[in-house]
Design a protein around this ligand. Structure first.
Ligand code: PLP
Length: 457
């Protein structure tokens, strides 16, 4: 029998949760317009909406919060964070930002000219928004396997080098300011990229004078998969693998709310001296002084400590294996999920879960809403609603993957919570044909999934 590592921590502070009656949840979901983003946190029993900013901090991080140096300039916590980012990520320069999208904004504004192309391994919502808002066309160059939820490729986040070469031949390298390489790929199911692929992308890009920027949001999870799956890396530490990964990038955007183990924060890192000068000018406009970006001193201290904790093998092993534990139970019951399971979440395949609903009736949105009503478990749609409309035609984009994401916060829930989630999903699967489709009653223009409202068809 497969075994799973026990929690590598003791619980020192607890936050009670409660489960409401089904009728109360039904009313709450209706009031939230069948959008799990609009539920009150208090009405949720087990919250798997996101792993973003939901991490439980350690005793050391909380202790760090008490030594926040809130000086407007030159905070000692910034100096600590700056040192840690350089040591663990290997880049020459960094500026803190309020979260990942703050870094994306700075990078996109400084690097992109109207008419450019930014290729990436599948899109991410805020990342693509900033690229497009600055006049670029996003081009998906992930391997085809990533779009097939049943394909068990070990590195489904890899870039297809032929697709990259084709784009270079088609538009010319001068129209490609950088490649955005996400490690891991959130929307593909938390799928990792191999070191071999990172190296090859870096080589091909540099041959053509194109820069490579990582979306490093879940880079530690990616490093764990490399250690487990890629030849010659079993004996390397997570810290060593992380540094090697980053050596194939010119810089990175980081959402500290994920693998830096804090509730808020992020950074933009880079090697180029001239770019750094321009970043320091622009960060003042959108975030704050280069020595705090959008962050309080105490939050920078917590992030510096979080980065050092994130590469601890016992931590990352438990984190990724807990996700696998949930996935293994669902697979054993025949529930369709994205395979192989990724690092931060289990993704239900709503197309196979609800074959009686066409994509324009929003199967993933409907499934997420119903899972909450039946169990109090909150999840998130990652399908047609998240994909938005095509900028030119105004039509709905129809992504191949129509998914519901059960995202596991770091160090927050136990295996017993995972058992409850598994049972709820399996019971819903057994009555799946009763689930009805949805239609919009309110559709925001940008990033619509956050605030859209729906009703049953
Ligand atoms: C969360 C996330 C971002 C954006 O980061 P925020 O801190 O939420 O602004 C960017 N890329 C990926 C892959 C993410 O998961």
């Amino acid at each position: 029998m497969k075994t799973y590592p026990a929690e590598p921590f003791r619980i020192k502070v607890v936050e009670p949760v409660r489960s409401m009656k089904r009728a109360e949840r039904e009313a709450a979901m209706k009031e939230a317009g069948y959008n799990t983003f609009l539920l009150k946190s208090e009405d949720v029993y087990i919250d798997l909406l996101t792993d973003s900013g939901t991490t439980a901090m350690s005793d050391k991080q909380w202790a760090g919060m008490m030594i926040g140096d809130e000086a407007y300039a030159g905070s000692r916590n910034f100096l600590h964070l700056d040192r840690v980012v350089k040591e663990y990520y290997g880049f020459k320069h960094m500026v803190p930002t309020h979260q990942g999208r703050g870094a994306e904004n700075l990078l996109s504004r400084l690097m992109i000219k109207p008419g450019d192309y930014v290729p990436g391994n599948m899109y991410f919502t805020t990342t693509r928004y900033h690229q497009e808002a600055n006049g670029a066309t996003f081009r998906d160059i992930i391997i085809d396997e990533a779009h097939d939820s049943a394909n068990r490729h070990p590195f489904k986040g890899n870039i297809d080098l032929r697709k990259l070469q084709t784009l270079i031949d088609e538009v010319g390298a001068e129209k490609i300011p950088y490649i955005c390489l996400a490690v891991t790929v959130n929307l593909a199911g938390g799928q990792p990229v191999s070191l071999e692929n990172m190296k090859a992308v870096h080589e091909l890009a540099h041959k053509h004078g194109i820069k490579v920027f990582f979306d490093a949001t879940r880079c530690v999870e990616n490093a764990y998969f490399i250690k487990k799956r890629e030849a010659d890396y079993q004996d390397k530490t997570i810290k060593e693998i992380l540094l090697e990964m980053m050596s194939y990038a010119d810089g990175a955007t980081m959402s500290g709310k994920k693998d830096c183990m804090v509730n808020i924060g992020g950074f933009l890192a880079m090697n180029d001296d001239e770019l750094f000068l321009r970043v320091k000018e622009l960060v003042v406009v959108f975030e704050g002084m280069p020595s705090y970006g959008g962050m309080a001193g105490r939050d920078m201290e917590a992030m510096a400590i979080g980065i050092t904790e994130s590469v601890d093998y016992a931590y990352i092993e438990h984190r990724v294996e807990q996700v696998a534990y949930l996935a293994d139970q669902l697979l054993a019951a025949g529930v369709p999920i994205v395979e192989p399971v990724g690092g931060h979440a289990v993704f239900l395949d709503a197309r196979r879960f609800l074959p009686h609903l066409e994509q324009d009736h929003f199967p993933a949105q409907a499934l997420a809403a119903q899972l909450y009503i039946e169990s109090g478990v909150r999840s998130m749609e990652r399908g047609i609603i998240s994909a938005g409309r095509d900028l030119k035609t105004g039509e709905n984009r129809h992504p191949k993957l129509e998914l519901v994401r059960l995202t596991i916060p770091r160090r927050v829930y136990t295996y017993a919570h995972m058992d409850i989630v598994a049972r709820a999903v399996i019971e819903l699967y057994q009555q799946r044909e009763t689930i009805k489709g949805l239609k919009f009653v309110y559709e925001p223009e940008m990033l619509r999934f956050f605030t859209a409202r729906f009703e049953h068809i």
